[in-house]
Design a protein around this ligand. Sequence first.
Ligand SMILES: NC(=O)N[C@@H](CC(=O)O)C(=O)O
Ligand SMILES: [Zn+2]
Ligand SMILES: [Zn+2]
Length: 433
Amino acid sequence: MSSVLIKGARILGGDRADVTVRDGVVEDVTAGGRGGRPGDRHETIDADGLVLLPGLVDLHTHLREPGREDAETVLTGSRAAAVGGYTAVLAMANTSPVTDTAEAAERVLDLGREAGLVDVQPVGAVTKGLAGEELAELGLMARSRARVRVFSDDGKCVHDARVMRRALEYVKAFGGVVSQHSQDPQLAGATACCHEGELSGRLGLPGWPGVAEEVVVARDVMLARHTGSRVHVAHVSTAGSVEVIRWAKAQGIDVTAEVTPHHLLLTTDLLGDYDPTYKVNPPLRPAEDVEALRAALADGTIDAVATDHAPHARQDKEHAFVDAAFGMLGLETALSVVCTVMVEEGLLDWEGVARVMSVNPARIAGLDGHGHEIAVGKPANLTLVDPAAQVVVDREASVSLSRNNPWHDRKLTGRVVGTLLRGRPTVLEGALV
Ligand SMILES: NC(=O)N[C@@H](CC(=O)O)C(=O)O
Ligand SMILES: [Zn+2]
Ligand SMILES: [Zn+2]
C-alpha cells in the first residue's frame, strides 16, 4: 500500500514535524523536518504553516438516507464530512424508516462503507419509531455488526421519565449512552420556533423558552445519577443548561454535553427578516447564552462541538418561518467557525480544538480508531488545517445536496485543507480527492 509524507506540519505540542503514514497507521513522526527514509517513495503533502489534528469526529449528523435522499444521502453527507475534516460521523436515527432495529443500523453502516469517505457510525433510536413509548431493540443494535453505542430519539425528546430511566438502565449493561434532545413538549411544543422573549412577541412567533431545555437536562442528570448510567446532552443552547451540567459534573454524575457551531456564533438577532435558514431546533439564543456556551466549551463543562448538520430540501425549507423545517447545514464549516470564535478569541488553543472536535467525541461515542494522539502505530485518521486562511462561505460551493446554509457570505478564519482516512487522503487542497 502507498505511503504519504506530511511535511512540516505543526503537531500538537507546538513543534513542526514530518509525519509518515503507511498501511493505515502512523509509521513515523520526526521533529524538525527530516522525516521519510532516504530512497522511499511517498506521496508528499507540503504542510508548511498547517496544523495537523487527529481526524474530526461528529457526534451529531443527519444524513437523511433512507427516506429523504433528495436532501442528503450517506454518500453526499460523507463528502461534506470529509471536506469539513471529519473522519467519523454519528448518523442520527430520525430517518425514514427510523434506525430502530439491528438491520436498519447495519444498513446505514454498510452504506457508509460503500461511500468510503468517513466512518459512518449509526445512532440507534431509543424508542420504536421515535414515538417515545416502547424501547427500540437496544440490545440487538448493540450486538449487531454496527456495534451501536449511542442511542437517541433526536428530533424528538424522550419526554417520559419512566422510558428515559429504563433506557439508561438498559444501555448501562454494554457501556452505551443516551443522547437526549432536551425539549419539554409541554413548555415548547412542535410549533415553538423562536427563543421566547421580547423578540418572539414582537415577531409573533411561537416562543421556545430556555427553561423547556433546562428542566429536561436537570431531570436527566438526576436519572443518570439514580441509574448510575451515562447521559449525553445534545445541542446545549442556554446558560441555564450549562449551570445544571456544571453542577452535575461536580457531583460526579456521568454526563457529557455538546454544543453546535451555530449556537456558538449566531443569535436571535438574525430572525428579524423571518428567513427560515435560521430556523433550527433548539432555536438561536441571545448573546448572553452564546457567551456562556463559549465559556463552558473553553472550561470543559461542555465536552464537544457537534454539528447537528441538518440538510433540508428546498420544498421543506422555503416556507413561511412557522411552517419551514427545523435545521441548518454544518459539516463543511464547523472547523472554521470553531477557529473563528474559539481560537481567534483566545478561548481554545489547537490542543483544545483537538479535544472538543476529536478526542472527546470519539470517547463519548466509544469509537475505536478515532480521536487518538498522533503517534507511531496509531490509526492515521488526520486533519490538516490552515489556521490563517480567510474564507468567505459560498453555499453554492457546498458538496451537500442541500442549500440551507446559515454561513453563506460569512467571513471566517481557518480552513480544513486535507483529510486522511486511515492514511488515504480523502481531501487535498480543500477539495475531495
Ligand atoms: N436540529 C434541527 O433543527 N433539526 C434536526 C433534528 C434535531 O436535531 O432536533 C433535523 O433532523 O432536521
Ligand atoms: Zn435535536
Ligand atoms: Zn439533530
